[in-house]
Design a protein around this ligand. Sequence first.
Ligand SMILES: Nc1ncnc2c1ncn2[C@@H]1O[C@H](COP(=O)(O)OP(=O)(O)OP(=O)(O)O)[C@@H](O)[C@H]1O
Ligand SMILES: C[C@@](O)(CCO)CC(=O)[O-]
Ligand SMILES: [Mg+2]
Length: 328
Amino acid sequence: MAVSSAPGKVYLFGEHAVVYGEPAVPCAIEVRARVGVERRTDSKLRIHAEDLSLDGFTVEYGGTADGPPDVDVSESLLTAAMGYVDGAIEQVRDVTGEEDVGFDVTIESDIPLGAGLGSSAAVAVAAIDAGTRELGTTLEVDELAERAYQTEYEVQGGQASRADTFCSATGGAVRVEGDNCQSLESPDLPLVIGFDGGAGDTGELVAGVRSLREEYEFAADTVDAIGDIVRNGETALAAGDLEELGRLMNFNHGLLSALGVSSRSLDSMVWAARDAGAAGAKLTGAGGGGCIVALDPTDETQTALSYTPGCADTFRAELSETGVERLE
Ligand SMILES: Nc1ncnc2c1ncn2[C@@H]1O[C@H](COP(=O)(O)OP(=O)(O)OP(=O)(O)O)[C@@H](O)[C@H]1O
Ligand SMILES: C[C@@](O)(CCO)CC(=O)[O-]
Ligand SMILES: [Mg+2]
């Protein structure tokens, strides 16, 4: 068996706009997904997703005569379990040329699902890395990131950026603009996360922004303006200027909200953080529900969030310098 792990991420700036070629700056954080992959003697795929529901579940399928998997969980959980892992296994088969190989796949993850912390990218990166290594091929990190991007691209309906997958594969803070992906120097940022306990559907949210952008020129301008915020943000990051980073994050949140991807609970967590004296706060990732990220070196934001209605959990996130990790 091969086991790999990969980190989640927060966006300092630029989610959504990055899908249309604007730059974005996500940074990897120390919450990880671990995926174990073991070759089977038949061509079936058996997925054991420990954290997909309260008790986890196992689904086994594959082979043409099999029909739909027979498992006692909801259709939506099943689709969720299969989408990214299926895509990742297709990449493994493509890299190695072993079209009919079957696997037992076990996923354990500390990353809340669909909450803006990049669980899909971490699962895709770790699954492709473990799967290829199980068959004797160790991918360069750049190719691993590219393969994981292809997986996200397909599952998200042909609308995805390389930001989440590159960040998860390489670790640290990164800058992604189209197919140009690079690592950035980053000071240790005082990141505080607020989580509303909910989730958003990345594919749907991306599609919503796309149609607004097609319908209204001012929505397209809003996407371009996010790109301007990111360019300013890079300078502030290089200078380690927390106040300016925060101001730009606040601005970025406002524009994401205008594009319809915030929610009442995300907004109230953002305001709780700002009222508590955070340098800035914004939603992270696709939005719709899930997490916000705030900058605050003191404990005030976390304390305020813990009393905020709509906030289910709050924690400090450490930057992860390590991307994919090869455990076994
Ligand atoms: N622990 C897990 N076990 C199995 N599949 C998982 C797990 N975590 C994430 N996934 C896959 O990733 C999907 C969630 O991806 P989605 O892009 O919607 O959210 P996210 O990546 O957490 O947030 P964002 O993309 O906004 O940062 C799940 O539906 C599932 O397919
Ligand atoms: C919303 C989005 O920009 C980030 C999701 O974490 C989508 C993507 O980049 O693929
Ligand atoms: Mg995702």
